[in-house]
Design a protein around this ligand. Structure first.
Ligand code: SF4
Ligand code: SF4
Length: 443
C-alpha cells in the first residue's frame, strides 16, 4: 500500500532503536531546578516570587497579562534561592528562578480538576490550558491557548494530532502513544471540543507500527471516530505544513498558517499536558525527554521535571562515554548543540542526544557546486542556495521577495549539501533580519 506523505524532504536515518522499546521512567526529583521565565514564543513573564520564598509544586511563579504568553510554575516544592540570569540551552543567559527542594515529596498546588470536562464550555477549557502554562511540546513552544482560539474569520474544520516524531533518535512521543494512549485521546477530545471540530486525524509514521496498532485499538474501544493515518517515514513530516499536506492534501499559502486552511495541529506531548491540566488540575511541570545516542551509557525515555539540569538526566542514564563528541538538545536536524550541561530541561526539550561523532558538520564548508540537491529536497519549494547568498550579502529586500520567511528551518538543505554549506544557519540569520526590518517599519 502506498502511504501518504508530502512532496520532497530527506531521509536522514532513524537511530530510534536506542530507546524505541524503553519504557518511560520517572527521573528522581532534582535537588535544584532552574526555571526560565520565558519558555514560549511571545511576551516575557515577570517573576512573581523572590529569593527566600517558599513554593509548592505547581504554584505559578512567573506570568504576564499579554495574550501571547504562557505562565511558568514551580516544578518542585522548595525555597527560591535566586532570580537571576543562568545559562540557557537555546544559547546565552536568561532570567531564571532557582528553586532548591526542601522535602522528599511534592506538596502540590493543583487547579480544580474538571472531571466533568465534557460539560464545560470551550472558553473555560481553554482558560485552563492558559493557566496551566501549556505550550507546543514538539519544540516550537507556541502558547497552546492562542492556537486553540483562532479568529472568527478562520473557521476550523479539522484537527491533526502530530504523532510523526520525524527527527531521528527521538522516541518520547512514540512511547507516550504506546504507554499513555488514553491520556493522548482524552487530550485530543478536549482540544477538538475547544475548537468545535468533528474531524480528527492522528498522523503516525510507519516506523512506529506498534503505536499505530495501539492507538487504533484504543480509539475503537473508546467508540471515537478519530482516523489514524499511517505516513511514510520522511523528514520533515512533523512540520505542520508538511503534515497538513500529507494528510489533508491542503497547501498552507505562502506566509500563511494552518488555520488559513481550516486546520490546527498539536503534538502528542501537548495533548497529554492538556488532559492532565483539565482532568487532574495539573499545570505543566514535567515532560518526557529522550536521552539517547551512542554517547550515553544507558539510553532512556525519562519523565523529567522542567528545570532539571541536563547533567542530572545524563547521570541517571549512566553518564556520557569518555569519547562523546557532542550533546544536543532536540533532534539532530533542528536541535541545538550544548556546551554547558548545567543548562535546564525546558518545555521545548524533546530530547538530549549524545553522540561519539559530531552530528552537525564541523568540517570546513566548500564552494557551491550547483548540484541543485538543496532545491530538490526543500519541502517549501524554496531556493536555499539563493537565500543563503542573499543573507550573506545582506540583500534583505531580495531575500524577503524570494520567500525567506517561508523557510520552516527544517535543515534538510544543509543536511543534503555535499559542500557542507551551513545553509539553514544563514537562512535563519536572514529571517531574523527581515523580521526585524518588518517590525521597525510597522512601528
Ligand atoms: S530552505 Fe528552509 S524549508 Fe527549505 S530545506 Fe532549507 S531549512 Fe528546510
Ligand atoms: S546542495 Fe550545496 S552545493 Fe548543491 S546547490 Fe545547494 S548549496 Fe550548492
Amino acid at each position: 500500500m502506498r502511504l501518504s506523505t508530502f512532496k520532497k524532504g530527506v531521509h536522514p536515518g532513524n537511530y530510534k532503536h536506542f530507546t524505541s522499546l524503553k519504557v518511560i521512567e520517572k527521573l528522581p526529583l532534582p535537588n535544584d531546578v532552574f526555571i526560565p521565565l520565558q519558555q514560549h514564543i511571545g511576551a516575557p513573564n515577570t517573576a512573581l516570587v523572590k529569593k527566600g520564598d517558599q513554593v509548592r509544586t505547581g504554584q505559578i511563579i512567573g506570568s504576564t497579562s499579554a495574550r501571547v504568553s504562557s505562565p511558568v510554575h514551580a516544578t518542585i516544592t522548595g525555597i527560591v534561592k535566586d532570580v537571576a540570569p543562568f545559562r540557557h540551552p537555546i544559547g546565552g543567559k536568561a532570567q531564571m528562578i532557582h528553586i532548591r527542594r526542601t522535602g522528599d515529596e511534592d506538596e502540590w498546588d493543583l487547579l480544580p480538576a474538571f472531571t466533568d470536562w465534557q460539560a464545560r464550555s470551550a472558553e473555560e477549557l481553554n482558560l485552563r490550558i492558559h493557566e496551566a502554562g501549556i505550550v507546543g511540546l514538539g519544540g516550537a513552544a507556541f502558547p497552546t491557548h492562542v492556537k486553540l482560539a483562532p479568529p472568527k474569520d478562520k473557521p476550523i474544520d479539522s484537527f491533526i494530532l502530530n504523532g510523526c516524531e520525524c527527527e531521528p533518535y527521538l522516541t518520547a512521543d512514540h512511547r507516550a502513544m504506546v504507554e499513555m494512549t488514553d491520556k493522548v485521546l482524552t487530550g485530543m477530545s478536549i482540544i477538538m471540543k475547544i475548537l468545535g471540530v468533528q474531524q480528527g486525524y492522528i498522523g503516525i509514521e510507519n516506523n512506529k507500527l506498534d503505536a499505530i496498532d495501539v492507538m487504533r485499538d484504543a480509539i475503537r474501544r473508546a467508540g471515537l471516530d478519530f482516523i489514524v493515518v499511517p505516513l511514510q517515514t520522511k523528514y520533515p513530516q512533523g512540520a505542520e505544513k508538511m503534515l497538513i499536506q500529507a494528510i489533508l492534501r491542503r497547501q498552507v499559502p505562502v506566509g500563511g498558517l494552518p488555520m488559513d486552511v481550516g486546520t490546527v495541529v498539536n503534538n502528542i506531548g501537548t495533548a497529554i499536558a492538556v488532559a492532565e491540566a483539565v482532568t487532574e488540575g495539573k499545570p505543566l511541570v514535567q515532560r518526557i525527554v529522550t536521552v539517547t545516542g551512542d554517547g550515553i551509557r544507558e539510553p532512556r525515555n525519562v519523565l523529567a521535571r522542567i528545570g532539571t539540569p541536563f547533567k542530572q538526566a545524563l547521570e541517571y542514564c549512566g553518564g556520557t562515554n569518555a569519547d562523546t563528541a557532542q550533546v544536543f538538545m532536540g533532534g539532530p536536524m533542528m536541535g541545538i548543540a550544548q556546551f554547558d550541561l548545567n543548562v535546564p530541561i525546558i518545555k521545548a526539550t524533546s530530547g538530549i542526544i549524545c553522540t561519539k561523532q559530531a552530528i552537525r558538520n564541523t568540517v570546513q564548508s566548500g564552494p557551491c557546486i550547483r548540484c541543485g540537491s538543496c532545491v530538490r529536497v526543500c519541502p517549501m519549494f524554496l531556493l536555499p542556495t539563493r537565500l543563503t547568498r542573499l543573507s550573506e550579502k545582506g540583500y534583505w529586500d531580495d531575500a524577503e521577495k524570494s520567500g525567506i520567511l517561508n523557510c520552516v528551518e527544517c535543515g534538510s538543505c544543509a543536511f543534503i549539501c555535499p559542500s557542507h554549506i551551513p545553509l539553514v544557519q544563514w537562512i535563519r540569520v536572514g529571517k531574523l533580519r527581515v523580521n526585524e526590518r518588518k517590525r521597525k517599519k510597522a512601528a
